[in-house]
Write a protein that binds this ligand. Sequence first.
Ligand code: PEP
Length: 256
Amino acid sequence: MNKELRKAVIAGNWKMNKTRPEAKTLIEELKPVAEKATCEVVICVPYTNLETAVELTKGTNIKVGAENVHFEKSGAFTGEISADMLTEIGVEYVIIGHSERRQYYGETDETVNKRTKAALAAGLKPIVCVGELLWERECNITEEVIARQIKLDLYDVSAEDVQKTIIAYEPVWAIGTGKTATSEQAEEVCGFIRETLAKLYGKEVADSVTIQYGGSMNPKNAAELLAQPDVDGGLIGGASLKAADFGVLLDAATNG
Ligand code: PEP
């Protein structure tokens, strides 16, 4: 990461884990662990834990995010949650377009784009996930896939708003599989994302955008991944569910 240009952001993605009592325990364990972190610390939790998380993290340096948001303000969208519903309870971040949403719930670049714009309009900071499938990497079209996702997901997003947006590069083959991209692979694609942003918005804007790596980041590989100049933090699944592991990642982002 380049700390002169950007603040690192370490965000946990709890996915569909933790009942309310379990969430309370984990948050209490995270507070002392996160206290000295100089990076931005975010936990993205299931809807049922959002209010608890906001309440328990008041007065700490831990920010709360949701794992999805709908693009309409209200209406007949059973099972969905709007951006205003999130901001009114104090949520600040939201993950959009995670590969699990794309894979299991038919999320497309078009809906990712709509959700991103709705989040920004409501004052939420979106964490927009992009990443190639293993098959696409093997066919040598990673850059084409990523460029297409960036262009479509950020279509009609202003330069001002893109600076409030975090891009998470998450190679789909590395999520929850224990297979991490090498630090070279992570840097190559995060650097390519920055180049793509520079073509769309200019270098100055691109240099200010936080680009995370996500995909089996853990206490063993975090320092090397976070030492790459274009890797400005991480979106963390499995390792965000244990306070001690998450703490090692926060230390790596703070000291790196
Ligand atoms: C994720 O779900 O965003 C993720 C990166 O998961 P994991 O760290 O478990 O691979």
